[in-house]
Design a protein. Structure first.
Length: 276
């Protein structure tokens, strides 16, 4: 597992200079914590975009409250939860609650949401067509291979009128739950981070917007986008019971502050929306 560590704050009067990977061009050290505070370090596992960027935007706010944040970037959807469960992290910020719920159920873990931060609408991209009405019969369709995001992608395609799922299909629906597929679409299930690269081979790909942004895809080029009433808001996850830790509460307060909301709106221009 490859990851990078970024030290984001300072302890008392000593300023530590760190580099924030994936957090824009802000390379300044965080403001020092007040001298009379007892600094606490939080290790937070994140996806590079947009999670590291959003957390980086409130680093000074947390530093002033005596919270050192160590950002640890992950490029997959499995290791951040395992590292949190193993106490190698204090929190993670990369997933939506349906994914967390399915992950802890399947692995018998005790991880919970500490708060919802933002929504990343899932979108359909293509390098071969400009409108879904031009999608050919037997088209190749790439979707995520993890249960909740794969099911979410199928719901997006159902909303677009391309397929129908059986009544009562769960959020973990698979292509086997499709009851109507008039175009005889052919599905390929890939690791979510690999989906942008699938555009060269697939006719359409249903991609999580964070991976689209990492791959420099323009959200405005999507040919279909999930509705804004999606239940898939991205959350901060912690071990059960830790949601009441004062420093975790301060983390959530910072991430759901007006400062954070303003950053999300300005940085992502509507492609990502605050969930608070």
């Amino acid at each position: 597992m490859k990851f990078k560590k970024t030290i984001i704050a300072s302890v008392a009067a000593l300023a530590l200079t760190g580099f924030i990977t994936g957090c824009g061009d802000d390379k300044k050290s965080a403001a020092p914590a007040p001298k009379d505070s007892k600094a606490v370090t939080l290790k937070v596992g994140v996806s590079p975009v947009p999670h590291a960027e959003i957390l980086g935007a409130v680093k000074d706010k947390l530093a002033k409250e005596g919270i050192n944040v160590e950002i640890i970037e992950f490029t997959d959807y499995v290791q951040p939860n395992l590292a949190l469960n193993d106490k190698n992290l204090d929190a993670n910020y990369f997933q939506h609650k349906p994914y967390l719920d399915e992950f802890v159920r399947s692995r018998n873990l005790k991880l919970v949401s500490a708060g919802a931060i933002h929504l990343e609408p899932m979108s359909v991209f293509s390098k071969k067509i400009k409108d879904l009405k031009y999608l050919p019969d037997s088209a190749r369709v790439a979707i995520p291979n993890d249960p909740t995001n794969g099911g979410r992608a199928l719901l997006v395609l159902q909303s677009a009128g391309l397929i129908k799922l059986r009544d009562g299909a769960p959020i973990t629906a698979t292509p086997q739950d499709i009851t109507e597929n008039k175009k005889n679409l052919q599905f390929s299930e890939l690791e979510a981070p690999q989906l942008p690269r699938s555009l060269a081979d697939a006719d359409i790909s249903v991609i999580n917007i964070n991976f689209a942004l990492e791959a420099k895809l323009n959200p405005k080029d999507a040919i279909f986008t999930e509705s804004s009433d999606s239940p898939y808001a991205n959350i901060v996850a912690v071990r059960e019971g830790d949601e009441n830790r004062p420093e975790i509460k301060k983390l959530i307060e910072a991430l759901t502050s007006q400062e954070s909301k303003d950053f999300i709106e300005k940085k992502y221009n509507g492609a990502i929306k605050a969930a608070f």
